[in-house]
Design a protein around this ligand. Structure first.
Ligand SMILES: [Fe+2]
Ligand SMILES: [Fe+2]
Length: 298
């Protein structure tokens, strides 16, 4: 089976400079690469403390991007996984019956293609033809890029999908009393240390006002980015001081502490305390998710 590695989150921007400035100035991201050719493409790759990149996409958009932008406005557009051989991955995913967005082609530093997941989210699969500079992976960053969240209409189905199709495994499951949950899916390269970014899946019934709002507006889709911070109060205060919009003040829940801000696109960003790494590593090795709160079904 082909191994898929979490690579980046594609973000459509009305104003790439404003969004890039937000991530570099407010959240101290480093710029890893820029690809710009006037009238042809405008891409910026950034990162912060983990292996996951953000890809800021400016105009001109492709037809698919333009249609998505008109529907949902600026914000999260696709997820990307890296493979060793894009053509072999294409063959495999086609044989598994995935809907194809575009067939393999060469673009800048990658050979890539697109497919859709079980919620209709676009997944780009890429092979790096020339290696992209990696973000420095260090615990000392103030905002560690930790997860990307998918809003699913059925978290169990989405978990099965990512496990069967891409070989991801669940390392964390917080199951609500009413049966909904948020879970973390780790790629096969996860080690909880050098590679610790994960996909989060939230499934109904929902818990928070922010989630009801998203469900009403979009149903399913790409919801937020999660960052680990050492002190939530301090991180919130310093992000606001550096120009972030006030959104949801720090609060305690799910046995942890968190708050929310918004980027220059108006997309939601979660700042939370670190998840116990040893628990996630043990969960990954034993193939049994860490479940800090798992009510017995009534
Ligand atoms: Fe991309
Ligand atoms: Fe989250």
């Amino acid at each position: 089976m082909i191994k898929y590695k979490l690579h980046h989150i594609g973000i459509l921007c009305e104003d790439t400079t404003a969004v890039s400035n937000f991530y570099t100035n407010v959240l101290h991201h480093e710029i890893c690469a820029k690809f710009y050719n006037r009238g042809e493409y405008d891409l910026t790759f950034l990162g912060s403390g983990s292996e996951l990149y953000l890809e800021l996409i400016g105009r001109p958009f492709s037809d698919g991007e333009q249609a998505y932008f008109e529907q949902r406005g600026p914000g999260f557009h696709h997820l990307a996984f890296e493979v060793e051989n894009a053509d072999a991955a294409f063959k495999e995913l086609k044989s598994k019956g995935l809907k194809v967005a575009w067939e393999p082609d060469d673009f800048l530093f990658v050979r890539h293609f697109g497919v859709f997941d079980d919620s209709g989210i676009l997944i780009e699969i890429l092979e790096e033809k020339e290696p992209l500079a990696k973000p420095h992976q260090t615990e000392s960053v103030e905002f560690l890029l930790h997860h990307f969240d998918i809003f699913s209409d059925d978290w169990q189905r989405t978990k099965q999908f990512y496990s069967n199709v891409f070989g991801f495994q669940s390392v964390f499951e917080y199951i609500y009393d009413q049966g909904g949950a948020f879970i973390y899916l780790a790629d096969p390269y996860f080690d909880g240390n050098q590679r610790q970014a994960v996909i989060e899946v939230i499934g109904p019934p929902y818990e928070e006002p922010r989630e009801f709002d998203f469900a009403k507006r979009f149903g399913t889709g790409m919801d937020h980015i999660g960052y680990e911070v050492k002190d939530v109060q301090q991180a919130y205060a310093s992000a606001i001081q550096r120009g972030s919009i006030e959104f949801v003040k720090p609060y305690a829940d799910y046995g942890t502490e968190m708050c929310w801000i918004q980027d220059a696109n108006g997309s939601d960003l979660e700042l939370m305390l670190p998840v116990p790494k040893k628990k996630l590593q043990a969960a990954f090795e034993s193939k049994r998710p860490y479940q800090p709160h798992n009510p017995t079904p009534k």
